[in-house]
Design a protein around this ligand. Structure first.
Ligand code: SF4
Length: 162
């Protein structure tokens, strides 16, 4: 897997202060995507052991609420295996931190991925220019949903993050 950036103390991509991993690779091609530089799966730099160490160190402080995987698309087919491993590892090492995932895929398309069941929130769906709304919280267009994964799994129907 390759990535573009690790941002720290981020307030814009989920609840609280978060560490955000911006991965390379997205195949959705949304019109007026704000981050087209991230589409190329071969872009950015390798997510190597040093990057992983940086990511985990950034997660350690008590004031960090959790990690957000964004991009690009963390659930791009070629990112899934490594993102899955990372989610397993974060859940094990930081059981009280929250895990958010942004993806252009819908919940229905990815809900069976085992590691996604360990995450807390999925912001799902492609960015639709016609449904763009800058007043929305945590998402860019009205079709996207900020899904509470654990409550959704419990109830069997989609529960949005409060
Ligand atoms: S899913 Fe996100 S990164 Fe991918 S094209 Fe759409 S807006 Fe851009």
């Amino acid at each position: 897997m390759r990535y573009h950036n690790i941002t720290k103390d981020d307030m814009l991509n989920g609840d609280g202060l978060r560490t955000v991993l911006w991965v390379a690779g997205c195949s959705h091609g949304c019109k007026n995507c704000q981050n087209p530089i991230t589409w190329d799966i071969c872009g950015g730099i390798p997510f190597d052991e040093a990057a992983k160490k940086e990511l985990f160190e950034a997660l350690e402080p008590d004031y960090i609420s959790g990690i957000t995987f964004s991009g690009g698309d963390p659930l791009h087919m070629q990112n899934r295996e490594e993102i899955g491993q990372l989610i397993f590892e974060v859940r094990e090492r930081f059981p009280h931190k929250t895990i958010w995932v942004y993806s252009g895929y819908t919940w229905e398309e990815v809900k069976d991925l085992p590691y996604l069941k360990l995450a807390d929130v999925l912001v799902d769906g492609r960015f639709e220019e016609e449904l763009k709304d800058v007043t929305l919280h945590w998402k860019g267009s009205a079709n996207q949903r900020v899904i509470d994964i654990q409550k959704t799994l419990e109830s069997g129907e989609i529960v949005l993050h409060a």
